[in-house]
Write a protein that binds this ligand. Structure first.
Ligand code: PGA
Length: 256
């Protein structure tokens, strides 16, 4: 892998586990990680677990991320959480535009864009998710969709800020299905994403971490992470078990 880019491994807990389970998870994870020096590691528990997660991972070098954020600064938005609130808590990364937010909650590209800008404004790093459905892939429109999701979500992101954005390529048909994209399929799209970034940001594109998500686990991580344009992973199911998440982190750390 090109060493100007950081390898990034993120865990996305989605709506799983309990606040009372976080500190035991942290202890277990620390036990299994052999070395994460070369890898940026974060995990994103549900909002209600963020304070305990920040406490539990203090001084470990592991970052705590949020799964979502409001695109608004503050005010009358019942049920929403703002970027300044996350930042104040010690959150460093925020997932934006996950396909579950887009498809279940109707998050449009314009909202994803507003969230990315808000996250950057508050000195955190967006983990911007893009990815095609099975129908889009079958109709040969994957690249068209990915390019349009990227261009919309990155509108207004400056050349100075682009290297703070992490792009997660997550084909919807591979999420939670056990049907991982092959390393060749994932590399093909990650390479395409780098090309779109190059169009928008010239050589800065080479410094952006592009990670893959979709049924990544301890068994397939090594092959996926070995591809030249795959700089890490966003892991759902396999991040719920500390031992398997740690195995992926250890794999990433030795493959860069
Ligand atoms: P999965 O989820 O690893 O369970 O497929 C990945 C994600 O949605 O981020």
């Amino acid at each position: 892998m090109d060493h100007i880019r950081k390898t990034v491994i993120g865990g996305n807990w989605k709506m799983n586990l309990l606040p009372s389970e976080v500190s035991a998870y942290a202890e277990e994870l620390k036990k299994y990680i052999t070395d994460s020096e070369n890898t940026v590691v974060f995990f994103a528990p549900p909002f209600v677990m963020l304070p305990i997660a920040v406490q539990s991972f203090k001084d470990t070098g592991i970052f705590v991320a949020a799964q979502n954020v409001s695109e608004h600064e503050n005010g009358a938005f019942t049920g929403e959480v703002s970027a300044s609130q996350l930042r104040d808590l010690g959150i460093t990364h925020v997932i934006a535009g996950h396909s579950e937010r887009r498809s279940i909650y109707g998050e449009a590209d314009s909202a994803v864009n507003a969230k990315v800008l808000k996250i950057l404004e508050h000195s955190m790093q967006p983990v911007l998710c893009v990815g095609e459905s099975e129908e889009i892939r079958d109709s040969g429109k994957t690249e068209e969709l990915i390019a349009s999701q990227l261009k919309a979500a990155l509108s207004g992101v400056s050349e100075d800020d682009i290297t703070r954005v992490i792009i997660a390529y997550e084909p919807i048909w591979a999420i939670g299905t056990g049907r991982t994209a092959t390393a060749v399929q994932a590399e093909e799209v990650c390479c395409f994403i780098r090309g779109v970034l190059a169009e928008l940001y010239c050589e800065k594109a080479n410094a952006v971490s592009i990670i893959y998500g979709g049924s990544m686990n301890a068994d397939n991580a090594s092959e996926l992470l070995g591809a030249p344009n795959i700089d890490g992973g966003l892991i759902g199911g396999a991040s719920l078990v500390p031992e398997s998440f740690a195995k992926i982190i250890n794999t990433a750390n030795t493959s860069n």
